[in-house]
Write a protein that binds this ligand. Structure first.
Ligand code: PHE
Length: 444
């Protein structure tokens, strides 16, 4: 069946770039470094890499196969393959999670806009002062929401794909240059030590969940983004190759972001465990010491904003595809209603860096501040729980054998030998590991 009415990716490369565009974003450059910093550095990095390889990659393949097979949004995909009333709730959870993540993600994306303006004007000031002003906090947040709406209203090909094409190479080159510079800073070796020399005594039950949640967040898994993106994927395209390309590029960018941040962090003598402010505190002070640093700062925050945009677009796309397919809403109406809800839900996060005492000091699940709580609930809990059910569904309900048939379409014959390994991971290893990690968190 040709999937012409819903739109399709133009090519395998176009799909990989768009999926990598969804995966690569603030998760790699903002969230990964600060979560690594909060969890003690190198040992966490190893756990993270293990989670990507053993749990996230098999789930990524499963989501893409589920989407391509059903050509549906996450709710419709479950309905298409089972008559049970309950499975579509995994899709509903994904739709809600999309709105939840988008609400705080846009706040941080707004900070990148603010920093473009700051770098342009040449007066950086402290991050603490920047986030105190409710008008600019909310203004930048709303502006980024506006940008996202603008792209999503353009539809699949014109909107998402075009933006993804030139971003990654530029971001990669800038990262490499910044790493080269930061490694020459005085005290950089302490950062390398923290980032690359594991101290396993820093690992506990919470560290595992932080690593797993970050793997799901960074690869846009567990809420149906990749089901939705897979639904635009033609049958002749190679799912495993696409999945490996996406996972590799996403992980490489995160790893490099760490290599850029930690040497600089230790050289300017800041705390690795300071949380969401980390990147915004460290980088501008490094740019300030560089020759031509202002231009590098401008370029960096522009690229970061574009990387964030290709991710916010994919976050908004999940609830929108749901309303368009399942509720027969027009695309326009769906986009505006979801955006409105996201805006309201994001306000407390926008005020949670000191503007509102209540939202800044609210403590829940060991997280302080509304934004940190949202990030924990929707990334560390909701995504792995969604991933657990997706693995069970694909492995046992749809069945690893049927799923393998879908995955093998578009691959050379040799791939069939790999499917037994994937089947074992998706049926046993992924669900068991996710469950263990969630239980370990309960007892930590
Ligand atoms: N993966 C994106 C990032 O790292 C965030 C995201 C999560 C996007 C879940 C879509 C779905 O920035």
């Amino acid at each position: 069946m040709e999937q012409t009415t819903r739109g399709n990716w133009g090519s395998q490369m176009g799909f990989i770039l768009a999926a990598a565009g969804s995966a690569i974003g603030l998760g790699n450059i903002w969230r990964y470094p600060y979560i690594t910093g909060q969890n003690g550095g190198a040992a966490f990095v190893l756990l993270y890499l293990a989670c990507v390889l053993v749990i996230a990659l098999p789930v990524l393949i499963a989501e893409l196969a589920l989407g391509r097979r059903t050509t549906m949004n996450p709710v419709g995909a479950f309905q298409a393959l089972t008559t049970s009333k309950y499975w579509p709730f995994v899709g509903y959870l994904g739709v809600i999670t999309g709105v939840g993540i988008l609400s705080f993600y846009l706040v941080v994306a707004g900070w990148t806009l603010g920093y473009i303006v700051k770098e342009l004007s040449g007066t950086i000031g402290s991050f603490g002062d920047f986030v105190q002003d409710p008008i600019s906090e909310i203004g930048y947040f709303a502006a980024f929401l506006g940008l996202t709406v603008f792209v999503v209203l353009g539809g699949v090909e014109k909107g998402i794909e075009r933006w993804s094409k030139f971003l990654m190479p530029a971001l990669l080159i800038l990262l490499l240059c910044l790493i080269g510079y930061n490694l020459t800073l005085e005290g950089a070796s302490k950062g390398i030590e923290f980032y690359l020399n594991p101290d396993f005594s820093k690992i506990n039950g919470s560290t595992f969940l932080a690593a797993l949640g970050q793997a799901f967040f960074s690869l846009s898994l567990g809420m149906g983004t990749m089901i939705t993106y897979g639904s635009y994927l033609p049958k002749k395209e190679n799912i495993p190759v696409g999945a490996v390309a996406v996972a590799l590029s996403d992980t490489a960018i995160a790893f490099l972001a760490g290599l850029m941040i930690f040497p600089a962090l230790f050289s300017v003598g800041l705390e690795p465990s300071q949380g969401p402010a980390l990147v915004f505190n460290v980088l501008p002070s490094v740019f300030a010491t560089m020759p031509g640093g202002q231009f590098i700062g401008i370029a960096f925050f522009i690229l970061l904003a574009i990387a964030a945009l290709t991710s916010t677009v994919s976050l908004l796309e999940v609830p929108v595809a749901f309303l368009v397919d399942q509720k027969k809403w027009s695309r326009k109406k769906a986009v505006w209603i979801i955006s409105g809800a996201t805006f309201l839900l994001g306000l407390p996060s926008a005020l949670a860096q000191g503007t509102s005492d209540f939202f800044s000091t609210l403590t829940l699940f060991g997280q302080t501040g509304f934004l940190d709580i949202m990030s924990f609930v929707f990334s560390d809990l909701s995504l792995p729980i969604g991933g657990f059910f997706i693995a069970i569904f694909v492995g046992w309900v749809w069945g690893a054998r049927h799923a393998s048939e879908e995955i093998l379409l578009g691959t050379p014959p040799a791939f069939s030998r790999l499917m037994a390994g994937w089947g074992f991971l998706i049926r046993f290893v992924c669900p068991a590991m996710i469950l263990l990690v969630l239980i370990a968190k309960l007892f930590s």
